[in-house]
Design a binder for this molecule. Sequence first.
Ligand code: PGA
Length: 252
Amino acid sequence: MRQRLAVGNWKMHGNLPENRSLLDAVVAGVAGLQRAACAVCVPFPYLAQAQSALAGSKVAWGAQNVSQHPKGAFTGEVSAAMLLEFGCRYVLVGHSERRQLFGEDDATVAAKAKALLAAGLTPIVCVGETLAEREGNITEQVVGRQVAAAADALGADGLAASVMAYEPVWAIGTGKTASPEQAQAVHAFIRGLLAGRDRKMAGSVQILYGGSVKASNAAELFAKADVDGGLIGGASLVAGEFIAICKAADVA
Ligand code: PGA
């Protein structure tokens, strides 16, 4: 039985006073969670704030990116060991905005995930097709290539210690959510690919859905057999929305 997980991706949003009230509200709002886990991935400068607000609560925290290098002359980069010092648990890699806007390719994404695993952190490996790719009927080809690149680099043990996130690019920040059936179909496809590597690992890896998840659609998405929770952008910035999504994940 896989635990459901709801992860907020704040992207480049926030400021110290607003973060404080958001974090405090989320801590109070999810205090009664019985089964699900939740986390927020915040901008680097707010990790210390997240650590002090969330330590001892039900909410884990983490970052949205990491360097693939352990240390050195890499101006502007942040290493996995640095993230660990701030109590991070989860770190996003390969988010479509990183792939599209910052030129991260499958090899870079895999190297970042490896660096996280080596430091004892949990990568959330994001995959997903663009609208043109979906309309061109190559969703499985694209997602399959992205998953295979991660699987080749991480191996079954690395994947077992990772989280996957399926985020169709056309659903991110657009208000267009994949239907529960569309999400389930790709999640089952991903799990099938993982099973081709190692059945036990495939049965245990959490696969999150991301792309316009809201309080109003979370329950029907999370009800699908292979949807183990969500990666939530915009709605994670609104305490009531994010709390409701975490509660939607907290079902038997
Ligand atoms: P969204 O973003 O929920 O605002 O669509 C999801 C994501 O990019 O992780």
